[in-house]
Design a protein around this ligand. Sequence first.
Ligand code: SF4
Length: 64
Amino acid sequence: MRFPRTARVVGEARKFNLAFTCERCAHFDPPSGRCASGYPNQEHRDVHLDEREAFVFCKEFELA
Ligand code: SF4
């Protein structure tokens, strides 16, 4: 799911310390930087709230 970057999305992500990136997901393989389930993950990695035009949420995300 893709959400455009808005003040509300950024504000709520900060307020609730939203975890949604691969680095916080149980399926992430740090040594390779890849998704262990084989999904393309460029849009879910290294996400900084101030740098993206939009945020892409992965439906398979599972909090590590
Ligand atoms: S399941 Fe989704 S969020 Fe988790 S590592 Fe793979 S691509 Fe990233």
